[in-house]
Ligand binder design. Structure first.
Ligand code: CP
Length: 306
């Protein structure tokens, strides 16, 4: 694996290898353990290029790179020469000239990380940290890690994904990975306007009612409405969305009693999720964030050839 750009078509053994490698790093990411660092990326430079905002992904990539002993450079896009009109690929060429080894790229344009991967010299690696509404592969992998941690096996697993799936790169990466790993049933719940038209072809069951879609599922994943990818007139009104599709304790009770609740963040409480659920005993939302460090360590060490 030279780059990680998408989970579409990534073979099962590769996904499992990344999850197993991440599992070995969990002790490294646990502050209560003694070993804090491994030397796998010593002497390498990781450049974080976030052309879109981020809290979780950017920070956990930085922590992961530092735990691998890499040098980390966080380019501040807002004060970079991008604002003076420098093109994306000219920026990349200049950073390669500064001896970049790994680019971690988030961009509002779908496929921008692919364009970069096709441009860089062979010794440079690109990891997609979210491109438009296309893919967010490391989020998909940390979500698979979280499900495997709490549910052990993908066989027999029923997963419901709720809300703005059409604009969600997280949902798409999850659907590809869950399908590859042999998940029994993937459900999409939401209004027609927020669901892609090709879900049937992807093997996903479509529901427009929370009451129907949540029955008997093992994993409930709810998503933020991505206002930034919509025209002003398309944005659903928050209270109206919550009344139909908000994840409340009463609706969660329709899932299996031991169902876990996931959300990639950032959450909009009172829109897609009730605080009683987000902070409740079935929520593993902050576990997802923590596992993201080990998963990103695994991805960067594997693409860099370790
Ligand atoms: N899940 C996720 O991508 O969060 P951030 O936008 O904060 O990185």
């Amino acid at each position: 694996l030279t780059h990680l750009l998408t989970l579409e078509g990534l073979p099962k053994d590769q996904i499992v290898h990344i999850l197993d490698t991440a599992q070995q790093f969990v002790s490294v990411t646990d502050p209560s353990r003694e070993v804090k660092k491994v030397p796998l990326l010593r002497g390498k430079s990781v450049f974080n290029l976030f052309f879109e905002n981020s809290t979780r992904t950017r920070t956990t990539f930085e922590i992961a790179a530092k735990r691998l002993s890499a040098d980390v450079i966080n380019l501040d896009i807002s004060t970079s020469s991008t604002a003076k009109g420098e093109s994306l690929l000219d920026t990349i060429d200049n950073l390669v000239a500064m001896q970049a080894d790994i680019f971690v790229v988030r961009h509002s344009t779908s496929r921008a990380p692919i364009e970069i991967a096709n441009h860089v010299p062979p010794h440079v690696h690109v990891v997609n940290a979210g491109d438009g509404s296309n893919q967010h592969p490391t989020q998909g992998l940390l979500d698979m890690y979280t499900m495997r941690h709490f549910k052990r096996d993908f066989r027999g697993l029923k997963v419901a994904i709720i809300g703005d799936i059409v604009h969600s790169r997280v949902a798409k990466s999850n659907i590809h990975a869950l399908t590859t790993l042999g998940c029994e049933e993937i459900r999409a719940i939401g209004p027609e306007s927020l669901l892609p038209s090709n879900l049937d072809m992807m093997g996903v069951k479509v529901f427009h009612s929370m009451e129907e879609g949540l029955k008997g599922v093992d994993v409930v994943m709810t998503l933020r409405i991505q206002k930034e990818r919509m025209e002003a007139g398309q944005v659903p009104e928050g209270a109206a969305f919550f009344s139909q599709y908000g994840l409340t304790p009463a609706r969660l009770a329709l899932a299996k009693p031991d169902a876990i609740v996931m959300h990639p963040g950032p959450m909009n409480r009172g829109v897609e999720i009730d605080s009683a659920v987000a902070d409740g005993p079935q929520s593993v939302i902050l576990n997802q964030v923590t596992f993201g460090i080990a998963v990103r360590m695994a991805v960067m060490s594997i693409v860099a050839g370790n």
